[in-house]
Design a protein around this ligand. Sequence first.
Ligand SMILES: [Fe+2]
Length: 188
Amino acid sequence: MGKKLKYWVFCSTVLGGGIKVSVCFLGNILMTKLNSIGLNTKKCDQLSDKLNELLANYSLFYQNVRGYHWNIKGEKFFELHVKFEELYNDLFLKIDEVAERIRTLGNSPKHNYSHYTKISEISESKDVSDGVKAVKDILGSFQIIISLQREILELSEEAKDEGTNTLMSDYIRAQEKLVWMYSAFLNK
Ligand SMILES: [Fe+2]
């Protein structure tokens, strides 16, 4: 309990009655800690944990797509090789944006793959050379990423964090379109 709060609790005990309402109100204000961008610190910590989970998933996704780009074989090679490069470049940018958003919220982005592999729902892929298998894996990864971003969106709305909100909405809208395109490639 902070010094100011202790003082007001003491005053309420001495003066009694009606002042307790204002003490309670003031107590709530004093206990709601705001960070440097004016958001509730506790809510930003929860949000950052979830963003770190997203960062881990993006990092695994990124490295998997690099693997698809390098190892792909078959008649669709030229088409998919280029598409996968486009995708991993986009994921690379998002990794940086998510990490820097965590920093902006006042927390530390995790940066070790040993940590990422422990908390990521997307798992490492290995030596995928079949284009259809790679696209199916990409669609599975997008499903995980988009669902996680929707969870983050709920938290950022609750925290009144417009910055994270916009970031997540932009990602979701663009990725839903990509899911349609990759699904169309599979004739789905
Ligand atoms: Fe390349």
